[in-house]
Design a protein around this ligand. Structure first.
Ligand SMILES: *[C@@H]1O[C@H](CO)[C@@H](O)[C@H](O)[C@H]1NC(C)=O
Ligand SMILES: *[C@@H]1O[C@H](CO)[C@@H](O)[C@H](O)[C@H]1NC(C)=O
Ligand SMILES: *[C@@H]1O[C@H](CO)[C@@H](O)[C@H](O)[C@H]1NC(C)=O
Ligand SMILES: *[C@@H]1O[C@H](CO)[C@@H](O)[C@H](O)[C@H]1NC(C)=O
Length: 452
């Protein structure tokens, strides 16, 4: 009868639902060079060489700022929260499943786990071509025998508007990674921030062969409803410092100004004064220590005038690529020390040199900087690094306007050339003409508490 037919149909639907809770969502099994399993884009940042094989991509990283991305949707947003809810029985709205297990990002790879894994988030309107922010974890903490399982809650982003997953932050620090004759992915932890469950694998058989970090292959990326019971690595989430590429206060715009030439500082100050604009400077420790350069005098005066001064590392390296945690820590602690000694301030604002960040840098900042660090990159690049020594320095203003017109509101520039200082005045007027309010980076993030 009709009724029993309906019951059957319901039973069938229910079974399908139950089954689907067990299924994983395959994001990428590398079957096609131009798209992933979700028919969305995957690919690299310029400069990273890769090659596709049957069911894998081989990556040959040379710097930490290279990245391999795979998107969750052909459009610019994917509602991961909704996906996870739909893949569970209707009664279970708790994303931690009934057996206490949680959905996890799973990656099958080969090579050494010397990279970060990030989940990126778009803005509320899903309109940006670049992510608004992302959170990263250190592959080495999660990897075991070529498998990685990361509980999705370890990615501190708005998962209702995810852009995609990135493999980046490549480095050569193999201190905590030791080769194994069967498999290269055995991990030995020695740091004190490692939990007890991260103990050395007992069957590890030592060996002094160097770990090969020259290439990594990705075979499979998916989201699984739970981490297999037999999988031994369950690290806790380490705090990782919030990353900001955009101002969050509506209608705000901020200039974040990095290194410069002390000789150009007076001209720079005059522009800021005449345009009545407050900005944020990011100072390296080595610059502050250089008495002849007089950066400490310059930045003390900037502080008196109400500008913000944040940190920019000690020596300006690509920090994520440094060969040890100690070297990363040193960049941070010496910069903190120089700020205290030469400016009498502490700041929790940090701009990574070259904008290069990964899980290790973010975690070490979170461990050493208090209150919780704000890591500031940018969404507007005046491209002074590209144009100041060219025949067309005016391209700086064009690059600046282009990024503002596509929604950028947090700028990066330097005062290394007279032309950039000159264009700064026009840049300020341009954003104001568009109805935006220029303010310090902390204020454009809604942080009224920070005083320096
Ligand atoms: C790792 O070291 C090699 C050899 O020194 C170097 O060519 C490569 O750029 C380094 N990789 C990264 C990600 O820094
Ligand atoms: C994403 O899905 C969740 C859960 O269904 C829902 O509450 C939220 O409004 C959705 N967000 C967007 C931007 O669609
Ligand atoms: C979800 O379930 C987990 C494990 O049972 C529990 O610890 C957590 O509090 C629950 N969360 C909510 C929002 O109910
Ligand atoms: C250092 O810079 C400050 C601020 O511009 C200036 O007042 C001071 O005279 C400078 N000191 C030297 C030694 O140049």
């Amino acid at each position: 009868m009709a009724y029993s037919g309906l019951t059957k149909l319901m039973a069938w639907t229910w079974t399908t639902l139950i089954l689907s809770t067990q299924a994983s969502m395959i994001i990428d099994s590398f079957q096609n060079a131009d798209r992933n399993d979700l028919q969305a884009w995957h690919g690299v940042t310029p400069g990273l060489s890769i090659s596709y094989g049957a069911g894998y991509v081989q990556i040959y990283p040379s710097t930490p700022d290279q990245a391999y991305h795979t998107q969750l949707s052909p459009s610019l947003c994917f509602n991961l929260t909704e996906h996870l809810l739909q893949s569970r029985p209707a009664t279970d709205t708790n994303l931690t499943s009934s057996d206490g297990q949680e959905s996890a990002l799973h990656i099958h790879f080969s090579g050494a786990p010397v990279f970060s894994i990030s989940l990126s988030q778009n803005n509320a309107g899903c309109t940006f071509p670049t992510p608004e922010t992302w959170d990263s974890v250190d592959a080495a903490r999660y990897a075991h025998n070529g498998e990685i399982y990361i509980p999705l809650s370890h990615f501190d982003v708005d998962q209702t508007r995810v852009v995609g997953i990135s493999i980046s932050g490549f480095h050569n620090d193999t201190d905590e990674i030791t080769p194994n004759h069967q498999n290269m992915n055995r991990i030995r932890h020695t740091r004190d921030d490692v939990d007890e469950e991260d103990e050395v694998d007992e069957e590890y058989d030592g060996g002094d062969e160097p770990v090969d970090t020259s290439s990594i292959a990705l075979h499979h990326i998916d989201i699984v409803p739970s981490i297999p019971n037999s999988f031994p690595r369950r690290p806790t989430k380490l705090p990782s410092g919030t990353l900001h590429q955009f101002c969050t206060v509506p209608g705000s715009f901020a200039f974040g100004i990095d290194d410069g030439k002390p000789g150009l500082a007076p001209a720079m100050m005059r522009v800021l004064e005449e345009e009545d604009a407050l900005v944020t400077f990011f100072a390296t420790g080595s610059g502050l220590r250089d008495e002849k350069a007089n950066f400490s005098g310059v930045y003390r005066e900037m502080l008196r005038k109400g500008h913000q001064v944040g940190m920019h590392s000690e020596r300006h390296p690509k920090m994520e690529g440094l060969s040890s945690i100690e070297a990363i820590d040193d960049e941070i602690t010496q910069n903190i020390e120089a700020m205290k000694t030469h400016l009498g301030i502490e700041s929790n604002y940090f701009r990574p040199p070259y904008g290069t960040v990964g899980a290790r840098t973010r975690q070490r900042l979170a461990a050493l900087v208090s209150p919780a660090p704000r890591i500031i990159t940018w969404s507007v690049d005046i491209e002074d690094w590209r144009w100041v020594n060219s025949d067309t320095p005016e391209c700086q203003l064009e690059a600046f306007k282009r990024d503002v017109l596509t929604g950028g509101n947090l700028a990066v520039l330097h005062y290394l050339d007279e032309s950039t200082v000159r264009y700064l005045r026009e840049a300020i007027r341009f954003v104001r003409a568009r109805g935006l309010t220029v303010m310090r980076v902390d204020r454009c993030l809604g942080d009224q508490m920070s005083s320096v």
